[in-house]
Write a protein that binds this ligand. Structure first.
Ligand code: C2E
Ligand code: CA
Ligand code: CA
Ligand code: CA
Length: 278
């Protein structure tokens, strides 16, 4: 039995070592990709479902590996967060998004571009200063930029979070709560923090036609947003019927495969000129 135990331990340890090596390799590749500019920002339109007009876009990062394949964020964001690499990667995404938003405004489409911000980025003491600097360097109007944060970010250090949000609002960028309804929630933070937008999590939207609880949660979120004068975005909208029901309840802005997948900058530029129907 002793012998068996040791073997099992050795097997276990080799397994851990393998995982560790794979992680170190991935981390090295992520750093390299940052130096060589191999991260690319895609954009997914946010659409006013009443008019069909694109009113905004969410910036979503992809990594183009050396084989030219696109690596989705689920494959590298977790490790980027663990290693702190998310801070420089996130700043690069913000810079690209600001640059592109300014370009689109110059083309006659001053849409709002939203950028995902990880907890670690948000917790950097000088985060608001970094945002202000990037805005100044790219020349974009602050009103064109919105930062998407999750509830978890707000639950941590509430004093610091509040100060950072106030500074960001003073700069003029918008604040959206991403994946709303999935996190830890005392809803009191909606009053305490200067927030502009609630994004209804795609999990609720996915099952809203078949699950009465999800439908009820969506209705409650819409009421909440209306009474607190917050804007709303429903994400993960894939079916006409979902869009119809959301719109009937007063949620106008939607994002999801029903309208468009996330697309590269050039394609997004075309969509803004010719519209989604074209
Ligand atoms: P998220 O912020 O909740 O972004 C929405 C995700 O849902 C995106 O996945 C988008 O492509 C996907 N999606 C959009 N419409 C639909 C739909 O109709 N159906 C379904 N099933 N999915 C839809 P993506 O691009 O793979 O990003 C995954 C997550 O990675 C994001 O979730 C976000 O948490 C993170 N992420 C992406 N880009 C960044 C970034 O630049 N910085 C940070 N910190 N995180 C990012
Ligand atoms: Ca998001
Ligand atoms: Ca989301
Ligand atoms: Ca999510």
């Amino acid at each position: 039995a002793k012998q068996e135990g040791r073997n099992r331990y050795q097997f276990f340890s080799a397994d851990i070592e393998e995982k560790l090596l794979a992680k170190q390799l991935l981390e090295r590749h992520m750093r390299e990709a940052l130096e060589k500019g191999r991260y690319e920002v895609f954009y997914q339109p946010k659409v006013n479902a009443e008019t069909g007009i694109i009113v905004g876009a969410e910036a979503l990062v992809r990594w183009r590996n050396t084989d030219g394949e696109l690596v989705p964020p689920i494959r590298f964001i977790p490790l980027a967060e663990e290693t702190g690499l998310i801070v420089p990667i996130g700043e690069m995404v913000l810079r690209q998004a600001c640059d592109h938003a300014r370009f689109w405004a110059e083309q006659g489409s001053p849409i709002v571009v939203s950028v995902n911000i990880s907890a670690q980025q948000f917790e950097v003491e000088s985060f608001a200063d970094i945002v202000a600097a990037v805005l100044a360097q790219t020349g974009v109007e602050p009103q064109q930029i919105e930062l998407e944060i999750t509830e978890g970010v707000l639950a941590k250090d509430q004093v610091q979070a509040r100060n950072t949000l106030i500074a960001l609002r003073q700069i003029g960028v918008g604040i959206a709560v991403d994946d709303f309804g999935t996190g830890y929630s005392s809803l009191a933070y909606l009053k305490r923090f200067p927030i502009n937008v609630l994004k209804i999590d795609q999990g609720f939207v996915r099952d809203m036609l078949t699950d009465a609880s999800d439908a009820a949660i969506i209705t409650a979120i819409i009421h909440l947003a209306h009474s607190l004068h917050l804007d709303l975005v429903a994400e993960g909208v894939e079916e006409e019927e979902q869009a119809r029901r959301l719109l009937a309840q007063g949620c106008k802005v939607m994002q999801g495969y029903l309208y468009s997948q996330p697309v590269p900058f050039l394609q997004m530029s075309h969509l803004l000129v010719s519209g989604l129907g074209a």
